[in-house]
Design a protein around this ligand. Structure first.
Ligand SMILES: [Zn+2]
Length: 271
């Protein structure tokens, strides 16, 4: 599943591609058919991301904002957009939503959610999500409070979208390494200074990820040539490096499963 930086990057890209244009909206597969018919021909106003959720706003033009409609998309594990040049090719596979603008079109296949949203729906979603490090309106105090009162492991809390929105497995592992924090420590043991460091690092690293479309977490000084775990995958301190020497101290990177996801850390550098 893409982490939040990828959704913010996608929202910015689609804002550039479609923002302000009247768009054709279709559902070749049919599952989004009635909704697509309502949206077809409306103006694509905004694309925004909150954590791993994408929300579009459509309206009938700047002077008719009262008729605005919203669409909520969550890609989940299998969802993906593909971009197509115009004219659009014949639909291939299960295309939930096809959107065609002035210059190009996109096809959405396999999302976890693709649905019309009302303002109360959006409020309910945001009430379920913690602050998003990539949003200027994020309130980190909310996440600090949730962590400070929880006995769950910080490695688990960082992955919980109700605590912080947008963090996935890679940023969780890497940020805790960079802060020298053992992922098994309970939230109650995380000091205000440690939380501030985690938050500031997430803000900085995820902004780089959204800008470049790639996860960059290894400081240049620490990069002594140990390879990434696979071609075209991010170079990391600990993520997917189980048993390999820590880039800082040489200790074999530890691994365990935590709530069904693989957790990686350095037992020497992280306390
Ligand atoms: Zn180490």
């Amino acid at each position: 599943m893409p982490e939040g930086h990828a959704l913010h990057r996608l929202a910015r890209r689609q804002q550039r591609q479609f923002g302000g244009q009247r768009v054709q909206v279709q559902s070749p597969q049919g599952r989004f058919g009635p909704e697509a018919a309502l949206l077809d021909g409306m103006r694509f106003a905004t694309a925004e991301a909150w954590g791993k959720h994408l929300v579009y706003t459509f309206d009938d033009g700047p002077e008719a904002a009262s008729s605005a409609r919203m669409v909520h998309i969550h890609l989940g594990i299998y969802g993906a957009f593909t971009e197509e040049e115009l004219p659009m090719p014949e639909p291939v596979g299960q295309i939930r939503m096809r959107m065609i603008g002035a210059d190009l079109g996109v096809d959405l296949r396999g999302p976890n959610a693709c649905e019309l949203y009302t303002p109360p729906d959006l409020d309910a979603l945001l009430a379920r999500l913690g602050p998003d490090p990539l949003r200027a309106d994020a309130d980190p105090a909310q996440a600090a409070a949730a962590i400070a009162r929880s006995r769950r492991a910080i490695g688990s809390l960082l992955m919980d979208q109700k605590v912080i929105a947008g963090v996935g497995n890679i940023y969780r592992a890497e940020v805790l390494f960079r802060a020298g924090i053992d992922p098994l420590r309970p939230g109650t043991s995380i000091t205000a200074e440690e939380f501030a460091e985690i938050w500031a690092d997430l803000v900085a690293l995820m902004a780089v990820g959204a800008e470049r479309g790639r996860i960059h977490v290894v400081r240049p000084d620490d990069d002594h040539g140990a390879p990434a775990y696979a071609a075209n995958r991010p170079r990391t301190y600990v993520y997917r490096r189980a048993g390999e020497p820590c880039r800082l101290c040489g200790t074999p990177i530890a691994w365990q499963e935590m709530e069904g996801r693989n957790l990686f850390w350095c037992p020497s550098c992280q306390h």
